[in-house]
Design a protein around this ligand. Structure first.
Ligand code: NAP
Length: 315
């Protein structure tokens, strides 16, 4: 397999790079600032693309690689891969489901607690010497027992629900259809209904044309001034300008955000707000999980080139 050309779109994981280097002829796209020159020279030899949640395989890249057979994504979300084009061209696509579910669900719960209990602000309070200077920290808001509404009760949404249940939180959800497996969770047929009936609204669905800006002004208003938004999905799920103005104007109680519309750009107005907790897209960012994701990417590539069934096929 050493002669098979594999194109990695951007830096994502050192272990993955090392393991790909051992098995394939690995091209690091970011080492070639002259993309067109690189493609002219090497496109015919590249049979696989490894992308991630930042840079996947768009139509231009797919069209520029005539020998492309498989896109193996170092992510579960495939919003950066042109799936219809891959289907058309019979290019296989794989992702990394399941292995990252627990980490992302853990982070969602962490963001809920950090936002309601103002953990980041309390940390700054102690470090800044304000405890000594000003005395006790202000009172915050309880997490246990708060009603949690989840948009997208898939692998991660369900894992968040299970965790929140352990905190006695009543769970409700919205997705395109009710789930037979979740009888104790209340289904709402619209996001506005869900937002009107919960205190913490979590985004855990896939990013598609339908779910872009699924959290808009109407949803934020329905959630209300005490409500909290948690986003561990993708930045474009939220109309960020609307979110920022609702937070600045006090029309929304708080937000815990792992993802943003223009990463790594984050609206600077959010930096001033103590009721907001910000994370740099680290939902799956533990050593254990990133290694498991890397192993899955490699396993899928090996299976493909050995004519074996793919481990986690999408297309
Ligand atoms: P999954 O099991 O496929 O679940 C996705 C859910 O989205 C499904 O339950 C689906 O429900 C729902 N959905 C799809 N279209 C919808 C629509 N139009 N309206 C409402 N719900 C819709 O995927 P997963 O493994 O849980 O991952 C979910 C997402 O989390 C990924 O796509 C990714 O964007 C994000 N993620 C983020 C991080 C991070 O680092 N922050 C890490 C991993 C994943 P229905 O089919 O019933 O509608």
């Amino acid at each position: 397999m050493e002669s098979i050309g594999v194109l990695m779109t951007c830096p994502m994981n050192t272990y993955l790079e090392q393991e790909l280097d051992k098995r394939f002829k690995l091209f690091r796209f970011w080492h070639f600032p002259q993309e067109q020159t690189f493609l002219k020279e090497h496109s015919a030899t590249i049979r696989a693309v490894v992308g991630n949640a930042s840079i996947g395989a768009n139509a231009n890249l797919i069209d520029a690689l005539p020998s492309l057979e498989i896109v193996s994504s170092f992510s579960v979300g495939l919003d950066k891969v042109d799936l219809p084009k891959c289907k058309d061209k019979r290019i296989r696509v794989t992702n990394t489901p399941d292995v990252l579910t627990e980490d992302v669900a853990d982070l969602a719960i962490g963001l809920m607690i950090a936002t309601l209990r103002r953990l980041c602000e309390s940390d700054r309070y102690v470090r800044g010497g304000l405890w000594k200077k000003k005395g006790d920290f202000k009172l915050t808001s309880k997490f246990s027992g708060k009603s949690v509404g989840i948009i997208g009760l898939g692998r991660i949404g369900l894992a968040i629900a299970k965790r929140a249940e352990a905190f006695d939180c009543p769970i409700s959800y919205y997705s395109r259809s009710p789930k037979a497996t979740s009888k104790s969770y209340k289904y709402y047929p619209t996001v506005v209904d869900l937002a009107s009936n919960c205190e913490i609204l979590v985004v855990a669905c896939a990013l598609t044309e339908e779910t872009r800006h699924i959290i808009n002004r109407e949803v934020i208003d329905a959630l209300g001034a005490e409500g909290v938004v948690i986003n561990i999905g993708r930045g474009p799920h939220i109309d960020e300008a609307e979110l920022v103005s609702a937070l600045v104007e006090g029309r929304l109680g708080g937000a815990g955000l792992d993802v943003f519309e223009n990463e790594p750009g984050v609206p600077e107005q959010l930096f001033e707000l103590e009721n907001v907790v910000l994370a740099p897209h680290v939902g799956s960012g533990t050593n254990e999980t990133r290694k498991a994701m890397a192993d899955l990417v490699i396993g899928n590539l090996e299976a493909h080139f050995l004519n074996k069934p793919l481990l986690t096929p999408v297309v």
